[in-house]
Design a protein. Structure first.
Length: 127
């Protein structure tokens, strides 16, 4: 598990990701809002796989997302990267990359520019 950073600060300074041990599940990042000191969520390994330690993590440039990388060798060597929305803790997307990757690429993050959100509300959308 060498090379995982113990503490990662978001670019805007509002969030911190701290490397924590959760026995018997291993090492994961716990994301905290530094303004309120509230824990927002904890990263986890790929669903349906054995317990595993996180190998790397990073915030998106706009501090709205956090990605964490986990390595696997049971189906060939690959890296599973989960992308969580920081404010909600929702795992928004994931991807698998061949080999063991520690430098999480920008492609791990969702580009929300130009995305139209569908709201669950009764809205009058006439202009």
């Amino acid at each position: 598990m060498a090379h995982s950073q113990n503490l990662i600060v978001s670019p805007n300074g509002r969030y911190e990701a701290e490397l924590i041990s959760i026995p018997p599940k291993g090492l994961h990042y716990q994301i905290r809002d530094t303004n309120t000191n509230r824990i927002l969520f904890t990263t986890r390994e790929e669903r349906g796989t054995r317990e595993n330690d996180v190998k790397a993590g990073r915030f998106s440039q706009d501090s709205t997302q956090f990605a964490a990388a986990y390595h696997y060798g049971h189906k060939g060597k690959y890296t599973w990267i989960g992308d969580w929305i920081v404010e909600t803790g929702v795992l928004y997307k994931s991807q698998k990359l061949q080999g063991f990757v520690r430098n999480i690429p920008d492609s791990a993050f969702v580009d929300f520019k130009g995305v139209w959100w569908t709201l669950d509300c009764a809205c009058d959308d006439t202009y």
